[in-house]
Design a protein around this ligand. Sequence first.
Ligand code: URA
Length: 246
Amino acid sequence: MRLDKYLADMGLGTRSEIKKEIKAGHVTVNGELIKDPGFNKVTSSDHVIYCGTEISYEEFVYYMLNKPAGVISASEDPREETVVDLIDERTRRDLFPCGRLDRDTEGLLLITNDGGLAHRLLSPKHHVDKTYYAVVAGEITEEDADLFREGLVLPDGLECMPAELVIVSQDEFDSPDPDDDTISTEILITIREGKFHQIKRMFEAIGSKVIYLKRLTMGPLTLDENLEPGEYRRLTDTELDSLMKL
Ligand code: URA
């Protein structure tokens, strides 16, 4: 890899700032002074010192984000705040969300620059389980849970894979709108695929509506309950190991 790219990837400045430091003689690779920014033989195991500081290169980075509502699942957008904008310790320019949550959905989202892992997590072939907590309008019954378990067919013909629906509680509330359902049901649902608006469409198909949706797990990852919406942290080594086994 080129030395200036290696240093820029680690967030040490723009390519042109870094080139200036290299030309000024402030960078060594394995003890050798390198003044050519185009030097392109640096590898992740080399010992690089930049302006007196030892740099250790990370090819891939992994963040667990608790996505807040109101933010879009994209890397960049000219108008809207994206989930990648929330990663302010960002050193890499190549981060992206591993999968999508709707703008109003909260919860677990992995942000990374590891395309191979994203493929393994998202590929329809791999069927990674994802569990969501939801509040839905109306009464949800065990018969509905059976329909989900058997594999729902949506009005547009989409055949959903079997999904596990667990009813957590049922609440009554006073609604100012007389047409509103005054019963809501809290549920946990585990799906093995990730079609567009999948959970919302599944509840629509049984005549209900999702009021609140939050992803709790994705494969072996579980949302860290210490993360408030909008907060993130790096994955632990144990979490990473579990992902690498997928
Ligand atoms: N299903 C949905 O309907 N929305 C999401 O954001 C995720 C799953």
